[in-house]
Design a protein around this ligand. Structure first.
Ligand code: FES
Length: 352
């Protein structure tokens, strides 16, 4: 049983175990993105890098095998610098908004696309977050969220203020008067550029803007609200709270611009699956979903194609993502395991 030191702590590791396993057994946390418990290592993200101080070498903890006398540091300045660089490389071609433009424009940073999805699904409870919207709604016309709405470049902006007014009236009726909940983040790591976002139009339905009912001063009826909510293009990320790339980028202070490339991943919004949205632009090619579909014996399942920066996830023979994720249990496991918002539920809330 090899004995090594990790962060000045003596650790007895099982023969053949990895540095990651040894550290975890000693209660030392090492960040990972492409590692998936119980599956062979893939070693693509390099976020798990640690430093062996005896040799001065940096090692990927998820695949480096322990040996007698190793001296490992997991959180020194050089290690953190290396992790920051790994994250910045992943962010360099990352495409897709962490937050929709409406949320970024909102002075209270309300997660507007999430609220609109709830309205679209017939949610009648309202959400305390909308209370923060009232002042803006009463003092500016149109409010900043509607001025930023991308739908306006197709026909008219979604009537966000009235939808949030509808949500607030539901809140009052349900008697909930909690304080506004503001999301913890305000970054937009892979913000879609002007030249990229029109692809969202492929998913735009042509529903006309919902007009107020005659004589209505109180806002939308439930049916009107649902109709108007269907006009939202959902250009946000469905995993704003649980995306590990975003969380680690915040933690390590990673900047997307450091390794800016001339070509980013294509911005694609694959809605071929009824319940899942796939965004190639947010994929970091960690291979977790392909390993899950392989583990589960799915046919065709998902696979990786291309090389280097051109590596892409998809179903074999150019079949759709829906075909690759035809097995319900496997599809659910892929969505839950995806470390970014590349694979996400179309309607379920992100409960990180
Ligand atoms: S977790 Fe080790 S390289 Fe990705």
């Amino acid at each position: 049983m090899p004995q090594l030191r990790i962060d000045n702590q003596t650790v007895h590791a099982a023969q053949g175990s990895t540095v990651l396993e040894a550290a975890t057994s000693a209660g030392i946390e090492i960040p990972t993105l492409c590692h998936f418990q119980g599956m062979p290592h893939y070693t693509s993200c390099m976020l798990c890098v640690v430093r062996e101080t005896g040799s001065g070498h940096f090692l990927p903890a998820c695949s480096a095998i322990v040996s007698e006398g190793m001296l490992i540091e997991t959180n020194s300045e050089p290690v953190r610098d290396a992790r920051r660089a790994a994250l910045e490389l992943l962010l360099s071609d990352h495409t897709g908004d962490c937050e929709g433009p409406c949320q970024r424009a909102c002075p209270a940073n309300i997660d507007i696309p999430r609220l609109i999805r709830r309205i679209q699904l017939g949610d009648q409870e309202g959400d305390p977050a909308v209370i923060a919207c009232r002042q803006c709604r009463e003092n500016s016309n149109p409010p900043p969220c509607e001025r930023a709405c991308r739908r306006a470049q197709h026909d008219e902006a979604v009537a966000i203020a009235r939808l949030l007014q509808y949500a607030e009236s539901n809140l009052q009726q349900s008697g909930t008067h909690a304080h506004a909940h503001l999301p913890a983040f305000n970054s937009a790591m892979g913000r879609i550029q002007d030249a990229e976002w029109p692809v969202l139009m492929e998913n735009v339905n042509n529903a006309p803007r919902t007009k107020p009912a005659a004589g209505s001063e109180t806002g939308f009826t439930r049916e009107e609200a649902q109709n108007e909510a269907t006009r939202c293009m959902h250009c946000d990320c469905r995993k704003p709270a649980s995306c590990k790339l975003r969380l680690y980028a915040e933690e390590y202070g990673a900047k997307r611009a450091r390794f800016r490339t001339s070509s980013r991943r294509p911005f694609e919004h694959d809605l071929s699956h009824n319940e899942i949205v796939f965004e190639q632009g947010k994929c970091i090619a960690c291979g977790i979903c392909t390993r899950i579909t392989e583990r589960d014996g799915n046919t065709p399942g998902l696979c990786l194609s291309g090389r280097g920066m051109e590596t892409r996830i998809g179903a074999p023979l150019n079949k759709s993502i829906a075909k690759g994720l035809a097995d319900t249990d496997s599809a659910a496991a892929c969505v839950e395991a995806c470390p970014t918002g590349a694979l996400a539920w179309r309607a379920k809330e992100d409960t990180a």
